[in-house]
Each structure stands twice: as C-alpha cells, then as structure tokens.
Design a protein around this ligand. Structure first.
Ligand code: ADP
Ligand code: ADP
Length: 228
C-alpha cells in the first residue's frame, strides 16, 4: 500500500524582487515501509519539498496525501528530524523527559508513555543516558535523542532533512546504521533528504535523484541493500 503520495507538487515563493519556483510539478509515491532517499544539490528545493510534505508550508499547486488523507497541516502520523538537532531539544529536560514530552502533550496515558519512551531509547541505544541533559551529550548522541523522540509515538512516516550534516564522518556512519536498524525494527516509512549521493546510496532502499532548481525527479533507482 501507498503511505505517502506527492502529486503535481509546485511551490513558488513570491516576493518584491520576484518569484522563485522552488519545486515544479513533482510526483512520487512512497510505499508503506520503504526507506527512500531524496538526493539533489543544495538549492534544488529539498527543504521546500519536505516542509510541504510535513504540512509546514502550503504548496502553490498539487497535493500531499498521507494514508489517503490530504495533508493540510502537520499530521500526527508524521515525525520530522531536522539538521539542527541541538536546537530542537530542551536543555532543561533530561533525555527521557525530552522524548516523553510530545507523548505527554498528546495525552498518552503515563504507563503507555513510559513504555513507548523506553522502547524508543532502546531502539537508539540510549537507555544508559536517559537521565543526562542534552548539553552533556555529543552532537551524535543529541541527534539520537531527536530520533528517539521522533519515533516514540510510532509515526507512520519519518521525514529527515539532512539530519547528519553537522556531525563528523564516523558519527555519521554510526547514525546511518542506526537509522537502518530503527527502520527495520519499527517498520516505519522513511523519507531521508540529503545532498550527499554516497549517503543516499548507502542508506536508501530506493533513491530519487532530483535535478537542480526547480526540482524534478531525474532518476528513480532501486538499491540492493546488504543482507544482515
Ligand atoms: P539548505 O540548503 O540547508 O536547505 P538554505 O541555506 O537553502 O538551507 O536555507 C536556509 C533557510 O533560508 C531556509 O529556511 C530557507 O527557506 C530560507 N531561504 C533560502 N533561500 C531563501 C531566499 N532566497 N529567500 C528567503 N529565504 C530563503
Ligand atoms: P535545498 O533544501 O535543496 O537546498 P531549498 O528548498 O532550501 O533547497 O530552496 C530551493 C530554492 O528556493 C532556492 O532557490 C532557494 O533560494 C529558494 N527559497 C527557499 N526558501 C525560500 C523562501 N522562504 N523565500 C524565497 N525563496 C526561497
């Protein structure tokens, strides 16, 4: 079944100095449980596309459909991990409290919430750090907290916008492996956006290659993932 469908999506930014067409007539689908990387050069419209999918930005034309329902605002079934993880965590809350907060806000009962948080922390290997504060952790660990928070309420679709751009190469490789593990363990549909072609081919089951601005899909590749 189709989890996410983008149909004829267009986004034009208008300002006094003129219009910028960031995304042009983009159409693609993500099947349930797929891990898809979208790769393209800086400025080709990736972030714009992701914001439209996440319901944070209104497209000029076209639709985004999640589970058959048109996205008109941030959907509950979708979680987003951005590049600037450090800023997305609350410094005065522990790791566990950071992961728990959105579940609390969503009104999830305490017992269920605690179980979900423990599972999410386990999935990213951070059980031992649950009482730490974000500022006590490395960038890579902070990004793991952000991933745990995103998957804790079991979203159907996980969107990631260059989440590892700000960490060193080794940490990045570890986080890529982590994403694959979390994806397999939780069966979530993942859309991972990056400008790094190597990363996209390493990580993705399927890679959509975007051209320069405005965005159009040039290739749709299927990658054989190593068995493990
Ligand atoms: P990235 O390449 O990592 O996606 P950018 O540097 O292109 O980031 O954009 C950073 C921020 O600036 C984004 O919020 C984007 O929407 C905004 N932005 C980018 N280009 C423009 C522009 N020409 N006018 C106004 N805002 C812009
Ligand atoms: P990417 O994420 O691939 O770097 P973006 O979606 O950030 O691409 O930007 C695509 C194009 O849209 C770029 O030309 C950028 O300058 C422009 N753009 C992005 N955000 C804005 C904005 N808020 N206002 C005007 N132009 C923007």
């Amino acid at each position: 079944p189709v989890a996410l469908s983008v149909q004829g999506l267009q986004k034009i930014y208008s300002s006094d100095t003129g219009d910028v067409e960031a995304v042009r007539d983009l159409t693609f689908e993500l099947r349930q449980g797929e891990l898809v990387c979208l790769v393209g050069p800086s400025g080709c419209g990736k972030t714009t596309l992701l914001r439209c999918i996440a319901g944070l930005l209104d497209p000029t034309a076209g639709t985004v459909t999640l589970d058959g329902a048109v996205v008109t605002g941030p959907p509950k079934k979708m979680a987003v991990v951005f590049q600037e993880y450090g800023r997305s965590l609350f410094a005065w809350l522990t790791v566990r409290q950071n992961v728990e907060l959105p579940l609390k806000n969503a009104g999830m009962p305490k017992a269920e919430r605690q179980k979900a948080v423990s599972e999410a922390l386990h999935a990213v290997g951070l059980e031992h750090a649950e009482s730490s504060y974000p500022w006590q952790l490395s960038g890579g660990m902070q990004q793991r907290v952000a991933i745990a928070r995103a998957v804790a309420y079991k979203p159907e679709v996980l969107l990631m916008d260059e989440p590892f751009a700000a960490v060193d190469a080794q940490t990045r490789a570890d986080l890529e492996d982590l994403i694959r593990r979390v994806w397999k363990e939780l069966g979530v549909t993942v859309l991972f956006i990056t400008h790094d072609i190597d990363e996209s081919v390493y990580l993705g089951e399927r890679v959509l290659i975007l051209s320069n601005s405005p965005t159009v899909i040039q290739e749709d590749l299927t990658i054989d993932l190593p068995a493990d």
